[in-house]
Design a protein around this ligand. Structure first.
Ligand code: ATP
Ligand code: MG
Length: 139
């Protein structure tokens, strides 16, 4: 069993595909263990993507991430991190494989609908960034 943090980004919420994205994860055998909508502040988006703070797109990325509400979720299942990454597709939708979320819905390398943790250590930072221990407790 593994856990990962996924986000339906502001473009995904605007495009009305929150249910579509969560439904794809559920159909792939992942379980939603925590879920909420939030409108991130600039500082919250900067903290989340701090690993990219030196990249030229950091300002634009963090503006985009607080341009509207997002849907935050922790997912659990076998191989959850890789499963979500595979379903998301490449960062640039033009390079994403057929049938992936980004291929099907994303407009650009920045507005690419969905986030997923890229490694266990990343998930270990990202899940508690948004959810408390109580919110992600197994019941
Ligand atoms: P994410 O971390 O959101 O799941 P990712 O792991 O596929 O996406 P990263 O390299 O971690 O891609 O980049 C984080 C986010 O920054 C991307 O999802 C995208 O929104 C934005 N981004 C990445 N590269 C660029 C770029 N060259 N120009 C503009 N935005 C970019
Ligand atoms: Mg990433």
């Amino acid at each position: 069993m593994e856990r990962t943090l996924s986000i339906v980004k502001p473009d995904g919420v605007r495009k009305n595909i929150v249910g579509e994205v969560i439904g794809r994860f559920e159909k792939a055998g992942l379980q939603v263990i925590a879920l909420k909508m939030a409108h991130l502040s600039k500082a919250e988006a900067e903290g989340f993507y701090a690993v990219h703070s030196k990249r030229p797109f950091f300002g634009s990325l963090t503006e985009f991430m607080c341009s509207g509400p997002v849907v935050l979720m922790a997912l659990e299942g076998p191989d959850a991190i890789k499963k979500v990454r595979d379903m998301m597709g490449a960062t640039d939708p033009a390079k994403a494989a057929q049938g992936t979320i980004r291929k099907d819905f994303a407009d650009s390398i920045e507005s690419n609908i969905v986030h997923g943790s890229d490694a266990p250590e990343t998930a270990g930072f990202e899940i508690p960034y948004f959810f408390s221990a109580l919110e992600t407790m197994r019941r």
